[in-house]
Design a protein around this ligand. Structure first.
Ligand SMILES: [Zn+2]
Length: 335
């Protein structure tokens, strides 16, 4: 097995692990290697193929697990998949945010709180008519089946390693507790899925307790424009050379999406999230909503929800529930 590595900064190595069967195709894995210990950022999915890549990387980069820690940017299974595997192999420490760590924990059991929340959201979004099953939800399929021990982090916590002084950065939005790892002096940010080149990070509605995730996301990417970032190390695809320009593109994208959402409500009146999602433009090729792959209906409806909830939080839309608990959105007195 021949894996390619690139030293993308002095003592920081980059490689890619495959995400077979996933539209993201691969995940960027980063390793900080110092005399003082090592740090691996994210792991890839929990499957045999990725385990082979991980094992090979530990050998190739000569990573002594006693002196190696794992930093998980966020709870998604392509990032945390092998955490338990590395724990069993003896990795010294596993870091994840307090918020995302708790969500992983309540998502281990198939009837855990995370999945109850997913089903509740689907009902609220009007997806009842589509008869979606959790068994078709990619997050459910790939969820970790065993919990790992972790050191919970909050934004602003410090992790020092050799010549690197990292501070965790609040990147909530894509998930409720995503954290970046920021080295201010060197201008390095391991940003997880906060900013990706060419693809737009998925923003979904999580739960009322996390509120307007799109609003949170837009606020948190906007902050990057005032920070010293020379090296943005994202989790998927190519690296982003100009952070400010990419932030502006993403903000513009959501502004247009919000405008499209309003236009759909203007033309059709009061609607459920699912019916708005069915009328939005999507990059996948499906002739209509019925033709949408089931796994993508979960995502599309979640993304439509994040836009509707944002417009509601901004006071532009009204949200009403029918006696069944399904939410309907309409434009507030536009006359
Ligand atoms: Zn993610």
């Amino acid at each position: 097995m021949n894996i390619e590595y690139k030293e993308i900064y002095k003592n920081i190595f980059h490689t890619q692990f495959p995400l077979t069967g996933n539209p993201l195709k691969s995940i960027n894995i980063y390793v900080v290697k110092t005399d003082d210990g090592n740090l691996i950022v994210d792991t890839g999915f929990n499957n045999e193929e990725v385990k082979m890549y991980m094992d090979q990387m530990l050998v190739d980069l000569d990573l002594d697990l006693d002196k190696t820690a794992l930093f998980l940017t966020h709870l998604h299974s392509d990032h945390v998949g092998l955490a338990k595997y590395l724990e069993n192999k003896g990795i010294s420490k596993i870091y994840i945010s307090e918020v995302d760590g708790e969500i992983v924990e309540v998502g281990i059991a198939p009837d855990g709180l995370q999945w109850q929340m997913t089903l509740r959201n689907a009902h609220r979004q009007g997806l009842g008519v589509d008869n979606l099953k959790l068994e078709n939800h990619p997050g459910f399929i790939h969820r970790p089946k065993e919990m790992f021990n972790y050191t919970p982090l909050r934004p602003g916590d410090k992790i020092s390693l050799g010549e690197f002084n990292f501070t965790t950065l609040d990147e909530s939005g894509h998930t409720p507790g995503m954290l970046g790892l920021y080295e201010e002096e060197k201008g390095i940010l391991f940003c997880g899925d906060h900013i990706l080149g060419k693809i737009t990070p998925n923003i979904t509605f999580w739960d009322d307790s996390y509120g307007d995730s799109l609003g949170t996301y837009m606020k948190n990417i906007n902050k990057l424009k005032d920070m010293h970032i020379e090296h943005l190390f994202s989790s998927h695809r190519e690296l982003v050379p100009d952070v400010s320009a990419r932030v502006d593109e993403l903000l513009h994208h959501h502004k247009e999406r919000l405008e499209d959402t309003l236009q759909i409500l203007r033309e059709n009146g009061e609607m459920t999230t699912r019916d708005v999602a069915a009328r939005m433009k999507w990059s996948i090729t499906a002739k209509d909503w019925d033709d949408f792959p089931v796994s993508q209906k979960w995502f599309a409806s979640g993304e439509a929800a994040s836009h509707l909830i944002h417009l509601t939080a901004e006071g532009i839309l009204d949200e009403k529930f029918d006696e069944d608990g399904v939410a309907y959105y309409s434009i507030k007195n536009e006359e």
